[in-house]
Write a protein of this length. Structure first.
Ligand code: NAP
Length: 280
């Protein structure tokens, strides 16, 4: 017979366990040495964690977001961590900003190897049929079209380096639409398709393209879900691990996909969501 104490310990809710996260510092990995990376929307949250991780693994990282003050603050803390970074303002919806971003990476560092398209907008919250066409257009302009254009604009520079790696940031909402975030969810589903659609042509150019779909991650973007004890409980109830993820837990996967450790992985959509159910 199984001892009762053993049974009780197995029944303990999983959120009572401490979780352990790898970090570049812990693993000592420098697998991105010599690479040049561009990460959009990287002054906070998931994008910032990705930029930091790519830098820790040896890449030079060009960070960006819409506000100069945010760029300056992020650059300061990344430089204090002794990482090789530069940065500028880039609103991904603006063609001239995107051009400056790519130009900075290539001019300052001689090329571009890694693109992480992480920016997203969500100007609408409510039932999908109440979404007006302006909000719909904005969501698709930023979340899908800008991602596509950034890839298109980066590709020639990757080709002149002999290849590269692209990572798009989607969402669990792309698999299981959130009822009050319908248009945003559809835009994230489009990124799963964009990854597949880009794969054959990018493969011809020795460029891999993959997509990471985070589950619930604690950032400003998701802060509303943690506003009250009740909303927190509801949000976590859908997640088998019974906790939100951290930006660092997304960054490690992006860094892996960007690196040669993932040299036989392309066209994949990877969920990082604590076991949250997903089905398209
Ligand atoms: P966040 O913490 O709110 O950070 C957003 C970052 O994006 C900031 O650096 C912001 O800086 C920048 N930004 C916003 N709009 C931009 C634009 N148009 N062009 C360039 N930069 C822009 O957000 P997050 O949670 O890290 O989200 C990052 C990505 O993960 C998004 O694609 C989101 O859809 C996805 N995601 C998040 C979660 C989650 O639970 N948090 C789950 C699934 C997927 P400025 O204000 O200076 O522009």
């Amino acid at each position: 017979m199984f001892p009762l104490t053993r049974l009780l310990s197995l029944a303990r809710p999983i959120n009572h366990f401490h979780f352990r996260m790898a970090s570049a510092a812990a693993t000592g990995s420098r697998r991105l040495e010599g690479k040049v990376a561009v990460v959009t929307a990287s002054t906070e949250g998931i994008g910032y964690a990705i930029a930091k991780r790519l830098g820790e693994e040896g890449a030079h990282v060009v960070i960006s977001s819409r506000k100069q003050a945010n760029v300056d603050k992020a650059l300061k803390s990344l430089k204090e961590a002794n990482l090789s970074v530069s940065g500028l303002v880039c609103h991904v919806g603006k063609e001239s900003d995107r051009a400056k971003l790519i130009e900075m990476a290539v001019k300052e560092n001689g090329g571009l190897d890694i693109l992480v398209s992480n920016a997203a907008a969500n100007p609408f919250f409510g039932k999908i049929l109440d979404c007006d066409d302006k909000s719909w257009d904005k969501i698709f302009e930023i979340n899908v079209k800008s991602a596509f254009l950034l890839v298109k604009e980066s590709v020639p520079h990757m080709v002149s380096r002999g290849g590269g790696s692209v990572v798009l940031v989607s969402s669990i909402a792309g698999y299981m639409p959130f009822e009050l975030l319908g248009p945003y969810s559809v835009s994230k589903t489009a990124l799963l398709g964009l990854t597949k659609a880009l794969t054959p042509q990018l493969t011809e150019m020795n460029i891999r393209v993959n997509c990471v779909a985070p589950g619930l991650i604690k950032t400003n973007f998701s802060a509303a879900l943690f506003a009250t004890e009740e909303s927190t409980k509801l949000a976590l109830s859908q997640i088998p691990m019974k906790r939100a993820g951290t930006p660092d837990e997304i960054a490690g996967i992006v860094s892996f996909l960007a690196s040669d450790d993932a040299s036989y992985i392309t066209g994949e959509n990877m969920l990082v969501a604590g076991g949250s159910p997903s089905k398209l």
